[in-house]
Design a protein around this ligand. Structure first.
Ligand code: HEM
Length: 711
């Protein structure tokens, strides 16, 4: 076993302190005497080989856009383009509306609750997103883009993901129709399947993570509220009852889930519906849904002959008609139509309720041949929404500006920090990307900082546990789902993060570190927090570990952006630990190893628990005792005096307490298996912990030319 420890130590031996540069630290445990599976513990997850960051960055975006522009007006027999002959430059019709809708549906699945969804991954190609009723006929849009994907796969391998292509097609379509686009953040990485969307529903996974307990029409966050399985609002009105004012709440909650305020919401709906049309040529004409005919979803049954189910006979949503008289041209007519006409409820050709314009009393002109959905009419039913409808009806420039920024946010929100965005059309950092200041050109002497931390560790037997806990709390907000969170920025110093119950007492730990912070001009809080926690772990083990540290973090000036990273509530402890682990991008074994870090009883008491599992012990000594105590005792649920849920060891002589997340580990098979492994073998625990620690501490470091500066 000592040989294996030596191997681990030699692998983790270097404290990398040069300006933000950390070479790989590979640990190949297969060569170790204990023969456990090969594991590159110090490296972060690699992007699939189909993605090449340098290629993405240098891709000739204008050339790809030229290809897309050509496709937009090149009508194909398998899905003829709408509006043939409407524009001189598009005699065969135009796919602009379809491409905008595709990019919006790909991106609009994003939810800030857990960072899931969004176009990064292009899971719209797979189950479950591909089968959502919202996404009817988008298989045709992807088929139109497929030749471009294939061409660029040969021309610049790894440069153009399907997800980037979908968003770029939306952008290009908007521009081709005269609309405003801020720019393009390239770098989306395609998923190999749709599993990362299973929790979005409607699936068993969604029922576990976010059940719609109150029944159809009353789902709560993070689900779309009106109809389970439809991520968007039901266009026909809540539960298909065409009452516009009942749809307002659904629209507001749906768009808030994507991080949009009222003004952005109105600009997006009306800006989006400046383009294209709804499709519902005859009642119930979509044909089989994808579960019945996966290779030919929604074949379309309206009409007959060569145009059966296509072109003028298309059936997508079952509504019929455009919102404006110039659906291939960007303008604010949608908003003008809303305010200038009275609207009458009718059943359209597809059998669904929709709204038809009537001239207002005294008007001289006949209304145009346009329509509105009940969800569009809802914008007239809320004082805030109607304010923006009127503003955009009067002020085209205001619409241009608001739509341009909101669209960019819509399609980029799931990409995480600015440093993940690549490419030649990249606009400057936007507020929603929470930009951090760049690291100083000269980083502090981390060896000296480490020596100062070591002095503090000697000063108090609990300091090690406190520093470790602070670093873990700082880093564990990271979400692999949308690359948000993590310790970079040290937003844990600010509200709202510092006020979360789980972070109570950490301000005093920060105070302990304050003299060290003050001593070094270029030392960030974020680096200090991570280095203090890392040093405490290293010195907690006997013999001490050596865990690589990668410096170069910087500090945010406020806590904005952490609101949505707070604790999520789940149905039970098992779902909580499983889902949180997935969201963090960790394996169950990594998460279990991290649960075995040093634990501070006084911080646990500050968070409202009666005490800790190691009360009265040596909290800054790193052993595998946590796993033995957790797995060898019986635990009963109870509540602390402060009203916090906790678990008490039933027959133990000492008073020992575990948290719900400890109980989740004990009672969830994949997690319990790792806990048993670590209870039996301390070395394996230390190896797994060191590796998982490096991974989570560096998971948010996208600030480097290779993608992750610490990788
Ligand atoms: C089409 C609903 C928001 C862009 C449609 C269709 C429906 C719909 C039912 C017709 C689909 C078809 O039959 O082909 C909604 C609802 C929304 C919403 C309920 C939210 C309350 C948006 C947003 C955008 C957008 C935010 C983009 C920024 C489009 C476009 C089309 C469309 C471009 C035309 C597609 C085509 O021409 O093929 N929408 N939409 N929509 N939507 Fe929306």
């Amino acid at each position: 076993e000592l040989t294996a420890v030596a191997l681990l130590l030699s692998c983790l031996a270097h404290l990398h302190v040069s300006a933000g540069k950390c070479p790989h630290a590979h640990v190949n445990l297969e060569t170790g005497p204990i023969g456990i599976a090969s594991h590159e513990s110090c490296t972060l997850a690699q992007a699939p080989s189909s993605y090449d960051r340098a290629q993405v960055d240098s891709l000739d975006i204008d050339a790809v856009k030229a290809d897309i522009k050509h496709v937009l007006t090149d009508s194909k027999a398998f899905w003829p383009a709408d509006f043939p002959g409407m524009e001189a430059h598009a005699p065969e019709g135009h796919y602009g509306g379809l491409m905008v809708r595709q990019a919006w549906h790909c991106s609009g699945s994003y939810r800030s609750w857990d960072g899931r969804g969004g176009c990064d991954g292009a899971r719209q190609r797979f189950f479950p997103e591909g089968a959502w009723p919202d996404n009817t006929n988008l298989d045709k849009a992807r088929k139109l883009l497929q030749p471009i994907k294939e061409k660029w796969d040969v021309k610049a391998p790894g440069a153009l993901s399907f997800s980037d292509l979908i968003v770029l097609a939306g952008d290009t379509a908007i521009q081709a129709m005269g609309g405003p686009v801020l720019g393009f953040c390239a770098g989306r990485i395609d998923d190999a399947d749709g599993s990362a969307s299973l929790e979005l529903g409607p699936t068993r996974e969604q029922q576990a993570v976010a059940p719609c307990t109150r029944g159809q029409g009353m789902c709560e966050q993070p689900l779309g509220q009106t109809t389970m399985g439809l991520i968007y609002v039901d266009p026909e009105g809540e539960l298909a009852v065409p009452e516009p004012k009942n749809t307002v709440a659904g629209i507001r909650s749906t768009f808030a889930r994507m991080g949009m305020d009222d003004k952005e919401t109105v600009a997006l709906i009306g800006g989006g519906h400046a383009f294209g049309k709804t499709h519902g040529a005859c009642p119930t004409g979509a044909g089989n849904d994808p579960s019945e005919s996966p290779s030919n979803p929604w074949p379309g049954t309206c009409g007959s002959g060569s145009l059966k189910g296509k072109g003028p006979n298309a059936f997508t949503s079952g509504f019929e008609g455009p919102w404006t008289s110039k659906p291939l041209k960007w303008d604010n007519e949608y908003f003008k139509n809303l305010v200038e006409y009275d609207w009458m409820l009718i059943r359209g050709s597809g059998g669904h309720f929709q709204w038809q314009p009537l001239a207002k009393p005294g008007a001289t002109k006949q209304p145009k041949d346009v329509m509105m959905l009940t969800s569009d009419m809802a914008l007239l039913e809320d004082p805030e929404y109607v304010k923006y409808v009127k503003l955009f009806a009067e002020d085209q420039a205001e619409l241009d500006e608001t739509f341009k920024n909101a669209w960019y946010k819509l399609v980029t929100r799931d990409m995480g920090p600015y440093s993940r965005c690549l490419g030649k059309a990249l606009p400057p950092p936007q507020p929603f990307q929470r930009p951090l200041p760049p690291p100083p050109s000269q980083l502090p002497d981390f060896d000296a900082v480490k020596a100062d931390v070591t002095s503090l560790l000697k000063a108090d037997a609990e300091n090690g546990a406190k520093f470790t806990h602070l670093a873990w709390q700082c880093a564990n907000t990271f979400r692999a789902t949308d690359y948000a969170g993590g310790c970079n920025g040290a937003r844990i110093r600010f509200s709202p993060q510092k006020d979360w119950p789980s972070n109570k007492g950490l301000d005093q730990v920060l105070d302990l570190l304050e003299p060290i912070k003050a001593k070094y001009d270029t030392l960030s809080y974020a680096d200090l927090i991570v280095l203090a926690g890392t040093t405490a772990l290293e010195q907690g083990a006997s013999p001490p570990l050596s865990i690589p540290f990668c410096g170069g973090r910087t500090d945010a000036s406020n806590g904005e952006g952490t609101e949505e990273l707070g604790p999520r509530s789940y149905m039970n402890v098992s779902v909580a630990i499983s889902d949180n682990t997935k969201v963090m991008g960790l394996t169950p074994r990594e998460r279990v190893a991290l649960a075995g870090i040093l634990r501070s009883p006084s911080l646990q008491r500050a968070a409202g628990y009666t005490d800790s599992w190691n009360a009265g012990g040596s909290p800054s000594k790193l052993t595998h005792d946590y796993f033995k105590v957790l797995m060898d005792n019986a635990w009963e649920p109870t509540k602390s005096a402060a009203g916090v849920d906790e678990y008490r060891a039933v027959a133990s002589k000492q008073q020992r307490f575990m948290t719900p997340s400890d109980e989740g580990i004990r009672t969830t098979p994949e997690f319990a298996a790792a806990a048993r492994e670590f209870a039996a073998n301390e070395l394996r625990f230390l190896q797994a912990l060191a590796a998982a620690w490096v991974r989570i501490m560096n998971a948010d470091r996208f600030d480097g030319p290779a993608g992750n500066v610490c990788d």
